[in-house]
Design a protein around this ligand. Structure first.
Ligand code: ADP
Length: 232
């Protein structure tokens, strides 16, 4: 089997809280294979966001290694780690975090232009992605003029604008009503499947988790496989 697109090896993450040290990840191992969609299902406070932030090179772990596209990240300079993150990782949050003063299409163009594409190239791809996520007709609206489901679809388009290797999502449908959540997840799943992306998605929604290839949870700071029946 080829090298996983994302691999966490003995990852530890500790936070200082006053005089205490909180140990959140305690030797977490995890591998995401090409084309795979994995659900991360765990109670609040278990460390899902921490795991996603470390996997997405947004936070440096206290110990252990994160490999992205076969490249170990711990020895990289801050600039090189940022470059690896920008090139290979897409991140979707529970709240859309779109820039309010820019239109939907401008929000999706932005990361591409930071990566060096011309405005023409960036807008072509942005419109294509918005169309694919069925929000293309809202391209010129600002985030405040969009519904919650539309905002999340624009945020998903933005996260994959630079064709990353790995998509990480932290409860991307957590703020949506169940029907909209299902619709947004279906759009996300179609995009991941069609583009050969790999995704690790934290969710509390068991219907959505059941649609992915496998499910993992966090138990005592480690990643373990989860059978849905055991979690119910
Ligand atoms: P989840 O996403 O599963 O709800 P988190 O990863 O957000 O869990 O948080 C796990 C634990 O780590 C929580 O107790 C949280 O308060 C703590 N934590 C997360 N980030 C920090 C931080 N930067 N500093 C201190 N504590 C943190």
């Amino acid at each position: 089997m080829s090298e996983p697109v994302l691999r966490l090896e003995k990852v530890e993450q500790r936070y200082r809280q006053g005089d205490d040290i909180l140990s959140i990840l305690k030797g977490a191992d995890f591998a995401l294979n090409k084309g795979e969609m994995v659900a991360l299902v765990a109670p609040s406070g278990a460390g899902k966001s921490t795991l996603l932030h470390v996997a997405g090179l947004l936070e440096k772990p206290s110990a252990g290694e994160v490999h992205v596209g076969g490249r170990a990240s711990s020895g990289l300079s801050d600039d090189d780690r940022t470059a690896l993150r920008r090139e290979e990782i897409g991140f979707v949050y529970q709240f859309h975090h779109l820039l309010p003063e820019f239109s939907a299409i401008e929000n999706v163009m932005m990361p591409q232009m930071i990566a060096g594409l011309s405005a023409g190239e960036a807008s072509g791809r942005a419109q294509q992605l918005l169309d694919y996520l069925r929000v293309g007709h809202r391209a010129n609206h600002r985030p405040a003029e969009l519904s919650g489901g539309e905002q999340q679809r624009v945020a998903i388009a933005r996260s994959v604008a630079n064709a990353p290797l790995v998509l990480l999502a932290d409860e991307p449908t957590g703020n949506l009503d169940p029907e909209t959540a299902g619709y947004v997840f279906e759009a996300l799943e179609a995009l991941v499947r069609q583009s050969g992306l790999s995704a690790l998605i934290a969710t509390h929604n068991h219907t959505i988790a059941a649609m992915m290839d496998r499910r993992v949870t966090l138990r005592d700071g480690r990643v373990v496989d989860l059978e849905m029946s055991a979690a119910d």
